[in-house]
Design a protein around this ligand. Sequence first.
Ligand SMILES: [Zn+2]
Length: 161
Amino acid sequence: MQITQNKVVSLHYVVKDDKGTVLESTLDRDPLAYIQGTQTILPLLEEKLEGKKEGDSLKIRIPMDDAYGPRREELVAVVNREQFSKDVEITVGQEFYYLDDNDQMMTVTIVNVDGEAITIDSNHPFAGMDLNFEVQVVGVRDATAEELDHGHVHGPGGFEH
Ligand SMILES: [Zn+2]
């Protein structure tokens, strides 16, 4: 079965920066599952995967401007410890996730802790980088009516609810 609009696609992927450092990998967990055409993954990835089928492997290079864009220094800010829940331990390198006004998943990384002054970086962790994906198509199937209604995949690699 080929990857076309509204197919549920399961992928294993490794993404590396230009130095070959692995930034993220699914190889030690469930494959990522998404619905083709829902812009869940980077648009250029979706485009390159269109028409591929189970078992296909491909390398996809995504330049910074088609990935997460340049780093923006204005997204680095110092906030007070009070901004975070008291029972959360704050350590450098820790990531927090939240949905912005457009329902986009945003990441905040703690880059410095100086007493009550916490420096946060709201740039996407991959901002400022060209990304090199190695993708393996693990499965392709039709989405269920419920999945299409929700706009996401149910079950392994997707939403459990
Ligand atoms: Zn759902």
